[in-house]
Write a protein of this length. Sequence first.
Length: 344
Amino acid sequence: MDLQIALLLGQDGIVNGAIYALLALALVLVFAVTRVIFIPQGEFVAYGALTLASLQAGGTPGTLWLLLALGALVAAIDAPVIARQGGRRLAGLLGRQILYPLAVAALVLGAGPRDWPLALQVLLTLALVVPLGPQLYRLAYQPIAEAPVLILLIVSVALHLALVGLGLLFFGAEGSRTPAFSELSLDIGGLTVTGQSLWVVGASAVLIVALYVFFEKSLYGKALRATAINRAGARLMGISTTLAGKLSFLLAAAIGALSGILIAPITTIYYDTGFLVGLKGFVGAIVGGLASYPVAAAGALLVGLLESFSSFWASAFKEVIVFTLIIPVLVWRSLTTRHVEEEE
């Protein structure tokens, strides 16, 4: 391996690691706030990329029908309870779960998004995919929010399988790829850097900084931090753990969908691609102990670099090498961490 190849592999590793870092942060956030190991995080990556590809092809993405169906289901479950608490809250529920999906459907079906500028197509894609996060939390996790972690993990596995099946139904078995955000190409010291790579790294950095500012400066961010540190204490201080759970899933869905949109011009995305991408983000989250955001991000970058260089040295075993990274991390944490029963 010469310096030129090492630089190319390093660039590829940093680009992949930036995406894994975003997913690792989302997984840590969801687990810290809700104790859910969110296996379906990768499905939002696939849904974001394939929804954008479907809009650009002039089709109607299946995520639209999923948004409408889940919204109607949430409204049917919550409306009888909220109706007794006041008409204003009921109007808010119906606006979020019925009117909003119908408005998005009107844009998709009647406004011709195929001819829109890329930025508007991306916004419409996020409008379709991101609300699925809190809807899934309300239907799958909120009723069992106090259940043991193992039960929540089993629900995550079931939800992952359901979303993968729906992805196959919505988008088919063929993969899709979207046009690059930019045709820019820079030659730096003999290393060619594409505009899309810069978009991925730059957008990831901006999003990580935005998350930091959100958690440090905003009221909702501080509420999420309080819930992550002590759920019972946050509840006693008047913080709704239900709202915190929905907000964490909203952020996780936004991060996943945006990650899929960013990588869609780089690689072909299939209905089940998100699982493998999300799993590599999970490795980074495990390095951070599902608790530390900076360590999880650093671990995800390490995963990206390890994957890139192992694909050069042992292409057939690169996935094995990446996932083997979990073993020494788990052994080290097992030896250095005090074991506490969940009830404590």
